[in-house]
Design a protein around this ligand. Structure first.
Ligand SMILES: Nc1ncnc2c1ncn2[C@@H]1O[C@H](COP(=O)(O)OP(=O)(O)O)[C@@H](O)[C@H]1O
Ligand SMILES: O=P(O)(O)OC[C@H](O)CO
Length: 501
């Protein structure tokens, strides 16, 4: 341990479904927390928006709750670490600090026709940004606002428009509109950032018709970005880290060596492998910055982004009303010995890695008169494991080695049934840590390094395993099941538009 044993780090984790805040002590243990749900808006099929002001207000309210439940004075906070749902884009008026449009969420598909055109020549885009043309990333969303919200273009011409992912938006609010920055990990999700040079790509800005003046400055993930405004937060606290949530989770798993892999099971699932200090390019996965520290080169990761995983469970419960809650859904899934030939493909937001089809739509297939709720519950949980397996296969061929261990976190990773299923379907050891808030913990480590609480080298010693799930399904069964999945996926692809006027 270096530095003060008296200091605490506050993390702000602005996720898709909720904003959370946690106070961490110098041992990396949570001491207090707060959490609020974020309102989701679906104005048209395939669109998904949030209110940036709500995100900010609830995020700081969660922080106040975390600080009071930890029973500490704000003055004992030595740093704030921000971690966030990535790609989700906000544009605001620098003079008033008011957004000019809602936050367009990463799952939003409104720009799919536009990104289809980019698919005609994906090679150069991939070389520069590490990304695959898809509405997922920020650039098409920003362009959409510039094209459809007249005030945005006017403000841009006056030099008063600002763009940011949620990290930048929260930093702007925390600092009373004084600091407009992002970090390398968030920048690498915009499709405007050259991941080799670690700088904004002016050619791409031109391609997308986005003025460079609206962009934040890019800094290392672990870095003193500035100080919060006393009038906003009560006392002035340094903001010492910003990192995208999936990269934060990789860091929180202390997956610091090349080849180490994690999967976070939340709204979506995100599998990342550390590839060290070289960006590895893949046709099916995206290249992303994993983290960067001051005075170090950036560390990279290869990522498989799965758009809907835990959210399928939510949809069966809240959307269809088929189960009273997660507990009932899971116990139903356990009642049946197998899926009864039923497969669910949760392509509600299209399919991400490794298929990248924004036109895919969800399906439940294989229904017979003998199908029960239990089969549907089981097929939904199985879909989470199959999607992860899709990515593990793509990842193994890109890094030319099959991972033997998968570190897990996120809301759905607490589900023992699902974790065993994952170990079986992927023939991999699934490793679950004691602290499942791995994303926030990673953000705490990132912020704590800049604040002088921790050294990078000592972090692996703070990682505690709670449980390991060993694979126990035989190979032919695993392959039969997976074959059915691939066929179901094939049938879900290219579906959008059918049956709609
Ligand atoms: N026991 C469980 N089994 C399967 N899915 C679950 C379980 N518990 C929570 N989930 C799913 O996990 C997601 C919430 O995880 P969380 O990590 O909080 O998400 P996010 O960070 O994306 O907001 C929800 O989509 C929920 O349906
Ligand atoms: O909010 P989460 O945890 O589902 O993460 C969302 C991802 O960052 C989207 O890329």
């Amino acid at each position: 341990m270096c530095g003060s044993e008296d200091g605490y780090v506050l993390t702000l984790d602005a996720g898709t479904t909720s904003v959370r805040a946690i106070v961490w002590d110098h041992e990396g243990n949570p001491r207090g927390s707060g959490q609020y749900g974020v309102t989701q808006f679906y104005p048209y099929p395939g669109w998904m928006e949030q209110d940036p002001e709500e995100i900010w207000h609830l995020q700081w309210r969660a922080a106040e709750d975390a600080i009071s439940s930890a029973g500490i004075e704000k003055g004992r906070l030595v740093g704030i670490g921000i971690t966030n749902q990535r790609e989700t884009s906000v544009l605001w008026d620098a003079r008033t600090g008011r957004p000019v449009y809602s936050a367009i969420v990463w799952q939003d598909r409104r720009t799919s026709s536009y990104t289809d055109m980019l698919k005609e020549n994906p090679g150069e885009l991939r070389e520069r940004t590490g990304l695959i043309p898809d509405p997922y990333f920020s650039a098409p969303k920003v362009r959409w606002v510039l094209d459809n919200v007249p005030r945005a273009r006017d403000l841009a011409l006056l030099g008063d428009l600002r763009f940011g992912t949620i990290d930048s938006w929260l930093l702007w609010k925390l600092t009373g509109g004084r600091v407009h920055c992002t970090d390398h990990t968030n920048a690498s999700r915009t499709m405007l950032f050259n991941v080799n040079r670690l700088q904004w790509d002016h050619d791409l800005l031109e391609v997308f018709g986005i003025p460079g003046s609206i962009l934040p400055e890019v800094r290392p993930s672990s870095f003193t970005y500035g100080y919060t405004d006393e009038s906003v937060t009560g006392v002035s606290i340094p903001v010492t880290g910003m990192i995208g949530d999936q990269q934060a989770s990789l860091f929180g798993h202390t997956a610091l060596s090349p080849g180490q892999v994690k999967n976070t099971y939340g709204t979506g699932s995100f599998v990342l492998v550390n590839t060290g200090n070289r960006p590895v390019v893949s046709r099916e996965l995206v290249t992303t910055v994993a983290y960067s520290l001051e005075d170090h080169r950036a560390i990279y990761a290869l990522e498989g982004s799965i758009f809907v995983s835990g959210a399928i469970v939510e949809w069966l419960i809240d959307g269809l009303g088929l189960f009273k809650g997660v507990g009932e859904l899971v116990s139903q899934a356990e009642v049946v010995a197998d899926n009864g030939g039923v497969y669910t493909v949760p392509a509600m937001a299209g399919l991400g890695a490794p298929y990248w089809d924004p036109h895919a739509r969800g399906l439940i297939i294989g229904l017979t008169r003998g199908t029960t709720r239990a089969h549907i519950a089981r097929s939904a949980l199985e879909s989470i494991a199959y999607q992860t397996e899709d990515v593990l296969r793509a990842l193994s061929s890109s890094i030319r080695s099959r991972p033997s261990e998968l570190r897990v976190d996120g809301g759905a990773s607490g589900n023992d049934f699902l974790m065993q299923l994952q170990a079986d379907i992927s023939s991999v050891e699934v490793v679950r840590p004691g602290i499942l808030e791995t994303t926030s913990r990673g953000a705490a480590f990132i912020a704590g390094i800049a604040a002088g609480i921790w050294h990078l080298d000592e972090l692996p010693r703070l990682y505690r395993v709670e449980r390991r799930f060993q694979p126990r399904m035989d190979r032919s069964k695993r392959e039969d099941l997976y074959r059915g999945w691939k066929e179901a996926v094939r049938r879900s692809m290219g579906w959008s538009g059918y049956g709609r006027p």
